[in-house]
Design a protein around this ligand. Sequence first.
Ligand code: IMP
Ligand code: MG
Length: 174
Amino acid sequence: MKDMKKRVLYSKDSIDRRVKELADILSHDYKGKDVVIICVLKGAFIFLADLTRYLEMTYVVDFVRLSSYGSQSESSGTVTVTKDIEVSIAGRDVIILEDIVDTGTTLVWLRNMLEKRNPASVKICTLIDKKERRSVEIDADYVGFDLAEGFVVGYGLDFNEKFRCLPSVYVIEE
Ligand code: IMP
Ligand code: MG
């Protein structure tokens, strides 16, 4: 990816509109529930910050950091927890917040790990659902944008730790 160009895919404004819509849906679905929102670091931190400020429901926020060994643009099957959540999720309704679902490996692994802790429910909310390379069966329950293919950066998503804090989402064109 040496000579890479990037093109705006989802603008700051369209992301903002969609995040607000997702927040409205979640606020409706989770009203009155005991919710734990688990942000998957690092990629989902901007999504979390924007989404939570639109939510009209009660919830607590916690963070998990996973590392999956693989190349710079693709995760492998080996996942480890480098930072676990700190709250108990037993009997509570969990929403996993992700930046992007790609192969699905990371999320399947995380969901299995969380389900062993006896939550009332576990659902997945992802900003982007990219189905091109899906290798395990997993469906996100709440999706901001469906992406057929491509590698994207910005709004939390990085390429080798670069471009994370761009306000829009860009697709990399080689
Ligand atoms: P999965 O286990 O293959 O679903 O990997 C998901 C993780 O890979 C995401 O949380 C991202 O960190 C990373 N990833 C996958 N596709 C992209 C992309 O297009 N841009 C940036 N990161 C990506
Ligand atoms: Mg990620």
